[in-house]
Write a new protein. Sequence first.
Length: 293
Amino acid sequence: MYNLQSYLQAITERPTEELPFHEFFCSETNLEQTLLTNKMQETLAAFSYTLIRQGTLHIVYNRQPITLRSGDLYFYSPGMQISITSGSDDYRGICLIADEDVTFESTAVHTAISTAFLPTAEVGKPVIHLNDQQAEMIGKRMTEISLYQNTPHRHLAEGLRTLYSMFIFDLMDIVELGGVEKLHVGERSVELFDGFMRLVSRHFAEHHDIGFYASELCITTTHLSRIVRQHTGRTVVDYINRLLILEASWLLLHTDQTITTIAEQLHFANQHNFSRFFTRLKGISPKAYRMKR
């Protein structure tokens, strides 16, 4: 999958040395710029938040068409299947992108995301509507990040992390006031889900079975299944499969490894099993998918 820097390099076609952004990027955006992101959807290892400031934007999420209007804030988390289909000519928004690793490094931020935003995005619509006061507050915070990222500050990375945390906590305040439906989960449940997230991001390629993760967390497979479904609305197998298909898609499009080698790298028994898995989830064979390059 792409990290933020490689994503921005691919989108802007600028050399790496001209991109000072490693962990965060925030910018005003129009329809043309927003449509460019379609070619990178499902391969970006980052969280993004887009506030609609003017006009409309039409997206498809889980095959469901959604129209975004002024005041809407929509989320993208790694692997979400969102495509942008069209928008009004006067569309304007502001988009904040935060690298996935940075998000997971901050326990408080990661907890906020995993307990409120991911379940909202994955179970329902990945959108909340802000009132005028909330939209102004969130917009100002995003603008602050956009301006700060371009300063020659000696502690730029630390400053951006602080501003990102403040952005998340402002958003959490809105959630807690009823901006979105939130899950009511205990501290232990959050701790176990956090542990699963960290384990699966490291081991999904070689361990496709729920038993490995339950054993590492010292809980039963039934208990783990319940926790993951509570937080994401998905089964453990669904979650692992989503990561496998994302990695497979990235390898097919951006490396010259043979399909057999990719199958081995992702610990499938053979190429046939991998091809059958990929075709079932993507609706297209690995070979045909690679030809899209």
